[in-house]
Each structure stands twice: as C-alpha cells, then as structure tokens.
Ligand binder design. Structure first.
Ligand code: AMP
Ligand code: ZN
Length: 152
C-alpha cells in the first residue's frame, strides 16, 4: 500500500499540471480563487460546466491535505454547485466527486474535487461489482465500523 502511495507522491512531485496551472504556466478557465483554493473548468468535462476545486498548496492525496483546507474546498464546492444551477448550463442535479488514489481512479496527483452538472440521460454513471446487490450482515457492518472507529 505505501509503495503505491510513494509512487503516486513521486509522480506528483516530478511534475504537477495543477501546480503549473496555479503558476500560470498552463492555461485555465478560472471560476474562483482565494487564499486557500482555486477552481477552474475541467478540460475534459463529464458534462458542460464541470469544475475542479483544488488546494493552492500542493497535496497529492487527501492524507496530505490539511483539514481546514479540505473543509474550505467543500464550502467553495457547495457555492459552485449552487452557481451551476443558476448559470444556464444544463443542470438537473450535481455530483461532487473525489478520486483519492490510483485504485480510486485518480489521474492527477494534486487533490481535486470534481463538481459537475447532471441531467437525465447524460450517460454518466457508476458501475458496480457483482456483490453490490447483496445486503451485508449487521455483524459485518459493526465489525467494519469498529475497525474504522478505532483509528479515527
Ligand atoms: P481524476 O481522474 O479524478 O484525477 O481527474 C483529473 C481531471 O483533471 C480529469 O477530469 C481531467 O479532465 C482534468 N484535467 C487534466 N488536465 C487538465 C487541464 N490542463 N485543465 C483542466 N482540467 C484538466
Ligand atoms: Zn500540484
């Protein structure tokens, strides 16, 4: 596990396109910026209006991100989600999404919170594994809860 995390961190330190965007070395279409975070349009949107919120200080993964910045990113994302609904882009609903780690689908190793409009028939969706339909026993749920609680 830590080998994967180390590889992800190294990859991000070698070059980071989001740090390059913040440094104006790469173009972006800025939506919002303050002391802690910035938001710009995703170059390959799930749907028109897809925005990314990122911390201004490089953090490869959630574990590297301080909690106050994370909380602030969510606050900004909430405002952007509300703005999307008023903006005129097609928006019947909104998804917020973070891919944290390669196995979770993270491609850019600078934390980013996706905010994108959704509408009926847009074709986006999650796929689920074969066990998804099975409801888990209360015993298993309690065991997992305990494992997580014990390291919070
Ligand atoms: P993820 O797969 O969660 O790591 O998402 C990375 C996101 O960054 C993708 O949605 C890309 O389309 C987006 N992206 C990559 N390069 C750029 C860029 N130069 N400007 C804006 N968005 C980008
Ligand atoms: Zn970065």
């Amino acid at each position: 596990m830590s080998v994967i995390r180390d590889r992800e961190k190294k990859r991000a330190m070698d070059s980071c396109i989001f740090c390059d965007i913040l440094a104006n070395k790469l173009p972006s279409s800025l939506v919002y910026c303050d002391d802690l975070c910035s938001a710009f349009m995703d170059i390959q949107p799930v749907n028109p209006g897809h925005v990314l919120v990122i911390p201004n200080k490089h953090a490869a993964s959630l574990a590297d991100l301080d909690e106050d910045t994370g909380a602030h990113m969510f606050r900004v994302a909430q405002r952007i989600a509300a703005a999307l609904r008023k903006s005129g882009v097609k928006c019947e609903g909104v998804n917020l999404f973070i891919a944290d780690g390669e196995a979770a689908g993270q491609d850019v190793f600078h934390v980013h919170l996706h905010i994108f409009p959704r509408f009926s028939g847009d074709g986006f969706g999650f796929t689920f594994g074969p066990t998804y339909t099975v409801k888990t026993s209360r015993q298993s749920l309690d065991e997992w809860a305990e494992k997580i609680r014990s390291v919070l």
